[in-house]
Design a protein around this ligand. Structure first.
Ligand SMILES: *Cc1c(COP(=O)(O)O)cnc(C)c1O
Length: 391
């Protein structure tokens, strides 16, 4: 086996220099804002190329470096940058690759704040975005204009799990000299590796599975060294949205158990899925690797597995039924986000008033469950008691 690509090696050893810090197993947190230089010559070199060394922690920091090396290796990418949130990572990647007057092609339901970024921020600089559902390559061809510069993908996304054919879109982007980015948060590099598939920039929010404990935010970009250096030298340094050493340390700690957690979550999710599919109150489920999923074949082709999110539609006559179901859960918490240790529920109808509820509209009856690290039995019992007491 190629050690450098071995997940156990990456999570436990890669990037660490234990001999440099008293052979401590856990790395120190280099909680420093700046670094002393010994000679003017060294200072001159760092001013000319801050990417190459330690000068100031808005740029490079040794604790962050350990994390960058591990995340780059997991993605089979040359290099990596880590930001203080997923949103910050996306913003920097787009900002670095579009100019005023350029055009973006994006999937139609990206993460909510990404849509706002395109519609409310980039539009002010005359950067227009065309949204397509992304299921057919012809849609990308039809959306392309002479000023198109950037393709934004998210596959699968986190409510409907819409999927794009990554290799096909990557080839289209290369042929037309467009920069492609994919939000790979759902799969993580353990279940999908977009860089070897030809994507320029792979993004994931470390807030979800990498951190894994619902205690820190972080955002990851991986890609060529040239692309990462370009983003570092302008957007990363100028906007100052890089991750702080302590948060980087928490993410390194999260990585130790990343594979083990995702394996358990994946197995438990299948049991919860089986339970939901059989329940008479459940009209249908959405899960990319379930045979009923509209893009099941493409999902099976390009994803190694699927993690802890399941969307499902319940049979309900009123919004209150769904409110009761969510509020009667004793262990599964109602909260945004996912990827942590704790199971979560999120009802789509939270943004509606009771009087707006339309039982004919399936989206009003849609919920998303995130399966955490609890046992399947514990979660199914909780769902079961709430189904029994809510309707
Ligand atoms: C949470 C999330 C983000 C944003 O990440 P933050 O760390 O919260 O900024 C982006 N994409 C997806 C798919 C997410 O779930």
């Amino acid at each position: 086996m190629d050690t450098e690509k071995d997940i156990s090696y990456i999570l436990n050893e890669l990037g660490e220099g234990r001999a440099d810090y008293f052979n401590a197993v856990s790395p120190p947190i280099m909680q420093t804002s700046n670094f002393r230089v010994n000679t003017v010559k060294e200072l001159k070199r760092l001013f000319a190329d801050e990417y190459s060394g330690y000068l100031y922690s808005r740029g490079q920091n040794p604790t962050v470096d350990i994390l960058r090396k591990k995340l780059a290796a997991l993605d089979e990418a040359e290099d990596c940058l880590v930001f203080n949130s997923g949103a910050a990572a996306i913003f920097a990647a787009v900002l670095a690759n579009v100019n005023a007057g350029d055009h973006i092609i994006s999937v139609k339901n990206p993460y909510g704040w990404v849509k706002r970024m395109f519609d409310l921020i980039f539009s002010r600089f005359n950067v227009e975005t065309t949204y397509i559902d992304g299921t057919e390559i012809g849609q990308f061809e039809n959306a392309r204009r002479s000023n198109s510069r950037f393709i934004y993908l998210e596959s699968p996304n986190s409510w409907y799990f819409a999927i794009q054919d990554i290799e096909q879109v990557a080839a289209f982007a290369k042929k037309n000299r467009l920069i492609s980015l994919i939000d790979n948060t759902y799969c993580t590099p353990l279940y999908q590796k977009p860089i070897p598939m030809g994507i320029d920039i792979s993004m994931q929010t470390a807030t979800k599975y990498i951190g894994g404990h619902s205690d820190t935010l972080g955002g990851v970009l991986t890609g060529s060294r040239e692309m990462m250096k370009k983003i570092f030298e302008c957007e990363y340094l100028a906007v100052g949205s890089g991750i702080q050493p302590f948060n980087a340390w928490l993410l390194i700690r999260g990585l130790r158990t990343f594979e083990a957690r995702l394996e358990r979550i994946t197995a438990t999710t299948r049991e919860v899925l089986r339970y939901l599919k059989k329940h008479p109150r459940v009209e249908s489920v959405l899960f990319p690797l379930d045979e009923s999923f509209p893009q099941f074949r493409l999902a099976s082709k390009q994803m190694k597995n699927a993690g802890g999110l399941i969307s499902f539609f319940i049979k309900a006559d009123s919004r209150q039924d769904i409110v009761h179901f969510c509020e009667n859960l004793k262990h599964i918490m109602m909260a945004v986000s996912w990827g942590g240790h704790e199971s979560l529920i999120l009802p789509r109808c939270a943004s509606l008033d009771d009087s707006d509820f339309d039982a004919m509209n399936a989206e009003h009856r849609m919920l998303r469950i995130y399966v955490g690290l609890e046992s399947a039995e514990y979660l199914i019992q909780d769902l079961d008691q709430s189904f029994r007491s809510s309707f």
